[in-house]
Ligand binder design. Structure first.
Ligand SMILES: Cc1cc2nc3c(=O)[nH]c(=O)nc-3n(C[C@H](O)[C@H](O)[C@H](O)COP(=O)(O)OP(=O)(O)OC[C@H]3O[C@@H](n4cnc5c(N)ncnc54)[C@H](O)[C@@H]3O)c2cc1C
Length: 424
C-alpha cells in the first residue's frame, strides 16, 4: 500500500483519482467528437464489489449519485479477472442453503472457518493458495471439488529463503540495481524461452520433458491416493499452470479430501455430488458444508463486462463484437467505430507464460504513442480501419493455431471456443 501510495504521489495522480465510483456507460457524441461518461458515485465504500447491479434493496435506497462527464479520450483499464464466474445454473438449492457462499475475489472477513466443514470449488491458482491457508486454521474439514487437474510446477523459491529475501532484497536491489535488473531479465528470458520451446504446438519433445518433470513433482508431494486424479490428460501449458508445493502437501492432511465428481445440488447444510459418467447410474454422495468457497474463476472473455460502450451511431460494442464473431481489437487496443477509445488488456493481449504486467506496460506505451498527436492538438480523432482489425485478427488466430492452447478447454476461450484472451 505504501509503495502504491508513494508512486501515486510521485507522479501527482492522487487528486485525479475518484474512488468508490463506477463507470456505468460511455457514449460517443458524434457532433462533438467527445465521449460522454456516466459515473455512479457509490453510497458505500465497497467499490466495484457493490456494482449497482449487485446491490441489495437496502443499498439501492441509499441512491447512488450519477454524474455525466465529457472526455476527448477514454482508456479502459477495467481488467479481465474482475467479475467472478456466477454460481453454476445447473446446480440447484442455492436459496435453501443455510451456510455461507463466498467467491475467492470477494472474501468476506466476517467468515470464521474454525470448526467448520468447508468446500472449495475449483483447482486453479486461487484454490491452490486458499486450501493450505484454511488448513493452517482449526477447520473441521476441507473438501476440494476438482473438474480438471492443473499441471503443477514447484514454486520458484526466493534465493536464501522467503524471509531473508523479503527483508534484504529491497535493500540490496536499491544499492545494486544492476542485480535487480539482471534477475528480472533472467526470469524474462527464461519465460520467453519456455514460450518458444514449450508453448508452441510443434515443441512436443521439450513439452514432454516438462510434463514428466511436473508429474514427478506432483507424485513426490501429493498423497498417493490422489495421484491418478491429479494427472492431467491434456497438453502442458494449455491451461494456466499452477506453481505450488504447499497445496500438494496439504493433500496428506487428514481433514482434506479431493473429489472429482460433479456438483449436483445444495441442501441446507450440505452439497451433493454425483459421478460424471453419462451411462453410469447416478451415484450421489452428500458432503457436509458450512462454507462454500468458489475458486471457480472469472468471466474473463466478457471484455468490458462492467460497463456499456456505445460508439458511432449508438452501436453497442458487445453487439459489434457479436456481429464480428467475438471480441477483437487492433493490437488488442482499438476498435473501428469507437474513435479515441482504447483498451488495456483488450482481446488477445493477455499472457499465460509470463507476467501480465509486461503486456499491460507494452499496451500503455503503444496507446501513449497513438494519442500523443491528439494531446498535442494535431489530430482530433484516431480510429483503426475495419480492414486493419480483420487482418490483425486473422494474423492472431493463425498464430494461435501454432500454439498449445487449442488442445483443451480453458478460461481463455469464449462460448464459441475462440481464444480471445492470449496473445500468441
Ligand atoms: C487470483 C489471481 C492471481 C493472479 N496472478 C497473477 C500473476 O501472478 N501474474 C500476473 O501477471 N497476473 C496475475 N493475475 C492477473 C491480474 O489480473 C493482472 O496481473 C493485473 O492485475 C491486471 O491489471 P489490470 O489493471 O488490467 O486489472 P485489475 O487489477 O483487475 O484492475 C481493474 C480495476 O478496474 C476496476 N473496475 C472494473 N470495472 C469498473 C467500472 N465499470 N468502473 C470503475 N472501475 C472499474 C476494478 O475495480 C479494478 O480496480 C492474477 C489474477 C488473479 C485474479
Amino acid at each position: 500500500v505504501e509503495y502504491l501510495y508513494n508512486v501515486a504521489q510521485k507522479y501527482h495522480v492522487i487528486d485525479k483519482i475518484q474512488l468508490n465510483t463506477n463507470v456505468e456507460e460511455i457514449r460517443y457524441i458524434e457532433e462533438d467528437q467527445e465521449w460522454e461518461v456516466t459515473l455512479c458515485h457509490l453510497p458505500n465504500t465497497q467499490g466495484y464489489r457493490r456494482h449497482i447491479n449487485d446491490m441489495n434493496d437496502r443499498d439501492k435506497k441509499l441512491t447512488p449519485v450519477l454524474e455525466l462527464v465529457r472526455a476527448k479520450l477514454v482508456i479502459s483499464c477495467v481488467g479481465i479477472l474482475c467479475r467472478p464466474n456466477l454460481w453454476p445454473e445447473d446446480v440447484s438449492g442455492r436459496e435453501t442453503f443455510r451456510g455461507e457462499i463466498v467467491h475467492s475475489s470477494q472474501w468476506d472477513h466476517q467468515i470464521d472457518p474454525r470448526e467448520k466443514d468447508i468446500v472449495v470449488i475449483g483447482s486453479g491458482c486461487s484454490a491452490a493458495q486458499i486450501i493450505p491457508s484454511l488448513l493452517k486454521q482449526d477447520v473441521k474439514s476441507v473438501t476440494q471439488i476438482m473438474r480438471t487437474p492443473p499441471w503443477i510446477n514447484p514454486r520458484v523459491d526466493e534465493p536464501f529463503g522467503e524471509k531473508l529475501y523479503a527483508r534484504f532484497a529491497p535493500l540490496v536491489f536499491r544499492y545494486f540495481p544492476v542485480l535487480g535488473f539482471c534477475m528480472r531479465h533472467l526470469f524474462r528470458l527464461y519465460t520467453e524461452l519456455e514460450w518458444i520451446f514449450v508453448f508452441q504446438e510443434k515443441s512436443s519433445f521439450v513439452r514432454q520433458i516438462a510434463e514428466n518433470e511436473a508429474l514427478k513433482h506432483m507424485r513426490l508431494k501429493a498423497n498417493p491416493r490422489y495421484h491418478q486424479a491429479l494427472t492431467p490428460t491434456y497438453s502442458y501449458g494449455c491451461k494456466r499452470r499452477v506453481f505450488d508445493s504447499v497445496w500438494l502437501e496439504s493433500t496428506h492432511d487428514s481433514r482434506f479430501s479431493l473429489q472429482t465428481h460433479l456438483v449436483e445440488r445444495l441442501e441446507a447444510r450440505s452439497l451433493v455430488i454425483r459421478s460424471s459418467g453419462e451411462d453410469v447410474v447416478c451415484e450421489c454422495r452428500e458432503l457436509p458444508a458450512d462454507i462454500i468457497i468458489l475458486a471457480n474463476g472469472f468471466q474473463s472473455t466478457e471484455f468490458l463486462h462492467s460497463l456499456q460502450v456505445y460508439g458511432r451511431q449508438g452501436l453497442l460494442l458487445q453487439n459489434h463484437w457479436d456481429q464480428r464473431g467475438g471480441p477483437q481489437a487492433y493490437m488488442g487496443a482499438a476498435v473501428d467505430g469507437f474513435p479515441n477509445f482504447f483498451l488495456v488488456v483488450g482481446p488477445n493481449t493477455f499472457v499465460g507464460h509470463t507476467s501480465a504486467i509486461l503486456s499491460i506496460e507494452s499496451t500503455v506505451q503503444y496507446i501513449i504513442r497513438i494519442i500523443t498527436p491528439i494531446l498535442q492538438g494535431k489530430v482530433t480523432t484516431v480510429e483503426p480501419t475495419t480492414e486493419a482489425i480483420i487482418n490483425w485478427t486473422e494474423r492472431i488466430q493463425k498464430a494461435m493455431e501454432k500454439t498449445v492452447f487449442g488442445s483443451c478447454n480453458s478460461w481463455y476461450q469464449d462460448k464459441r471456443g475462440h481464444n480471445t484472451i492470449i496473445y500468441p
